[in-house]
Write a protein that binds this ligand. Structure first.
Ligand SMILES: Nc1ncnc2c1ncn2[C@@H]1O[C@H](COP(=O)(O)OP(=O)(O)O)[C@@H](O)[C@H]1O
Ligand SMILES: [Mg+2]
Length: 276
């Protein structure tokens, strides 16, 4: 899928009206099948950018086009159909705690399914081999029937990524996919994502906290700061000086390990009642 932004502004969904928009007039063109990493300090607007591209929030001003169509001008049914071609992986995957991993992974297909099909798939996982294969690519095949709340944060994050492999989407938007992973796992996971996106011809836009991983794996890097694009360059041309300027006053984010991943809100465990 082809992506175009022209002078697009957007406000974080939780931001109050009248505050400065998180994105302040972005111009960005991404070709179909391209792979792009967005880096920048916390608060730069990376998550807001992904939400804008995922049609989770409308642009305040300017233009968003996906495959040449302005999504927010489409009739509702067509906007829904378009959303079925988008896959957004939030930083903390919304995994229901007592769900089995297999069901959670197959949920990657839900946005593209009809209501009946998707309900059925929640009760009867329909394509277990596909879920197995996707998990195997993230080294999680042995967790197929494990409960999601018995996984570590890093394993949950990889389950969230395995969902992308099941999704028929042609635009993958992946928010900080590696924040709970150690460096070796992070490299493997990003390689798996890039390879899978390439195999399917999907466009991939990922925000990344690990600048070294972004530079080593992605061909194109967009530096975002204060809601504006600081640079948009092939990875080889980014260089230390631009990185230093991008992270000025946030130097610790360039060198520090990934921030603690907030634990997903797990539903309280049921209280065990004893009947006499
Ligand atoms: N929960 C929130 N409530 C209000 N405004 C927010 C909230 N989260 C983020 N923002 C605003 O949106 C801006 C961009 O945030 P975000 O897109 O989350 O950046 P990033 O993902 O780069 O850390 C922030 O600088 C802040 O101004
Ligand atoms: Mg973010």
């Amino acid at each position: 899928m082809k992506v175009a932004l022209q002078a697009a502004t957007a406000r974080h969904p939780a931001a109050r009206a009248g505050t400065t928009p998180a994105l302040r007039g972005l111009d960005l063109q991404v070709a179909a099948g391209e792979q792009l990493a967005v880096i920048g300090p916390s608060g730069a607007g990376k998550t807001t950018l992904l939400q804008l591209l995922a049609c989770a929030l409308p642009p305040g001003a300017g233009v968003l086009e996906l495959d040449g169509q302005a999504p927010w001008q489409l009739p509702r049914a067509e906007l829904q159909r378009l959303r079925g071609r988008l896959f957004l992986a939030p930083q903390v995957p919304p995994l229901p705690p007592r769900q089995r991993v297999v069901t959670a992974v197959l949920a990657g297909r839900l946005p593209a399914m009809g209501t009946w099909q998707s309900l059925r798939s929640l009760f009867y996982p329909v394509d277990i081999p596909a879920a197995f294969e996707a998990l195997d690519r993230f080294d999680l095949a042995d967790k197929l029937f494990e409960r999601v709340d018995r996984l570590s944060g890093g394993e949950r994050q990889r389950v969230g990524l395995a969902r992308a492999l099941l999704s028929p989407a042609s635009l993958w938007l992946i928010d900080e996919p590696l924040s709970a992973l150690d460096p070796t796992r992070a490299s493997q996971a990003v390689d798996t994502l890039l390879t899978a996106a390439r195999e399917r011809g999907a466009t991939l836009v990922a925000t990344l906290h690990q600048v070294d991983v972004a530079l080593a794996h992605f061909p194109r890097i967009v530096g975002l700061r204060d809601g504006a694009i600081a640079f948009d360059l092939p990875a080889a041309q980014v260089g230390r000086e631009r990185l230093a300027a991008l992270y000025a006053q946030h130097e610790h984010e360039l060198t520090a390990p990934a921030p603690e991943l907030p634990e997903p809100a797990l539903a309280p465990q049921p209280v065990v009642m004893h009947c006499r």
